[in-house]
Design a protein around this ligand. Structure first.
Ligand code: PLP
Length: 393
């Protein structure tokens, strides 16, 4: 039945496990362990735990399992493993499947911590990593080799919102037998069709749109049951990156409303991007869902909508960007994204501060660039706030 449900039904009812009390709202099983009826039962469960049998929260927990089932149903994945943070998902997915001598090709424009894992951690254990401009298909073609085990990229780059063609890169990777892993945060699980477009593994920071209200850190790895249960689960359960039941309960309730929130946020983002076109204080308004985005056709094909984040390049550099940020009255200055509250970030001095100047320039992280994560507030209020802050520049 679940398979034929449409998205919003899956998000409200998918994955539910009810206790003997038949509660309406999903129960929070805040327990590390589980009691066995006998020593023999404990032995049997360690030998082979059944679908409704749990051993220890690092291995699995009923609330966490509900979250995993629900997000897998949303993504159209066979299975999912929930993790303590987005980075536990990225590092766990990579480390569980790679070994010394493997070759990886990755897009260069990455979230700082993803770059650290690929560039500093994996290479320390003998994995060779080649970085390419992810939007350049010829660069992917030139970089993959017969021994390439994996390609990795963020489907929409942070903060410059360049879009990578999942189907095209997957075709190049699969031709040499490599797997495709995508960090899909900016595309959001609502607009993602990454698996159907050729990705083998999809990773999310659930901290962003899945929580959606700025409370908890979490992540999830999605893929085939074979990959999740044979490769990811043994690694995650023994190395300690599993999601806590409390977090899973918050994330489950986040999933109930994610479709409503993200669609409202994307509509707001488009509305704001339209209102700011040609503004004299702006060198550029970047929004993947607006026809002015250079890859608008790809965005329309790949995800339908443009997501919840806009980037504004304010004329006058860092000083102008700071005046803009300091004049905002509704939009908060912070560094999360996907939240119900609109948030503005100055990447060059915060999230991407550690990058060398030439790397920032290469990635398009200019001194005037401001990332705006659009929340669920009234669009007109947000437009008025952004316009009055631009007046203050
Ligand atoms: C936030 C983020 C992460 C890391 O997620 P955490 O939950 O903060 O660990 C990874 N990739 C992308 C693209 C992100 O935006």
């Amino acid at each position: 039945m679940t398979d034929t449900w449409k998205t919003r039904t899956k998000l409200v009812h998918g994955g539910v496990r009810r206790s003997q009390y038949n509660e309406v709202s999903e129960a929070l099983f805040l327990t590390q362990g589980f009691v066995y009826d006998s020593a023999e039962a404990a032995e049997a469960r360690f030998l082979q735990a059944g679908e409704d049998e749990f051993i220890y929260a690092r291995y699995g927990n009923p609330t966490v399992a509900m979250f995993e089932r629900r997000i897998a149903a949303l993504e159209g994945a066979e299975d999912a493993f929930a993790t303590a943070s987005g980075m536990a998902a990225v590092s766990g997915a990579l480390t569980s499947m790679l070994k010394a001598g493997d070759h990886v090709v990755s897009a260069r424009a990455l979230f700082g911590s993803c770059l650290y894992v690929l560039e500093e951690v994996l290479t320390r254990f003998g994995v060779e990593v080649t970085f390419v401009d992810g939007t350049d298909l010829d660069a992917w073609r030139a970089a993959v080799r017969e021994d390439t085990k994996l390609v990795f990229f963020e489907t929409i780059a942070n903060p410059t919102l360049e879009v990578i063609d999942i189907a095209a890169v997957a075709e190049i990777a699969h031709a040499v037998g490599a797997q495709v892993m995508v960090d899909n945060v900016f595309a959001t699980p609502v607009f993602s069709r990454a698996l159907e477009q050729g990705a083998d593994v999809v990773v999310y920071s659930a901290t962003k749109h899945i929580d959606g209200q700025g409370r908890t850190l979490g992540g999830v790895i999605l893929g085939t049951t074979e990959f999740i249960r044979k490769t990811v689960e043994p690694y995650m359960k023994h190395t300690g990156g599993s999601m806590s039941p409390f977090t899973a309960w918050v994330m489950l309730k986040g999933l109930e409303t994610i479709d409503l929130r993200v669609r409202a946020q994307a509509a707001g983002a488009l509305h704001i991007a339209e209102a700011l076109q040609g503004h004299p204080k702006l060198a550029q308004v970047i929004y993947p869902g607006h026809p002015s985005h250079p890859q608008h056709a790809l965005v329309a094909r790949q995800m339908g909508k443009g997501g919840t984040v806009i980037a504004l390049d304010i004329k006058g550099g860092q000083g102008a960007a700071f005046r803009f940020l300091n004049a905002l009255q509704i939009v908060l200055i912070s560094n999360n994204l996907g939240d119900a509250k609109s948030i503005a970030t100055h990447p060059a001095t915060t999230t991407h501060q550690r990058l060398a100047e030439d790397v920032k320039a290469k990635l398009g992280i200019t001194p005037g660039l401001v990332r705006l994560s659009v929340g669920i507030e009234d669009h007109e209020d947000l437009i008025a706030d952004v316009l009055q802050a631009l007046d203050a520049v």
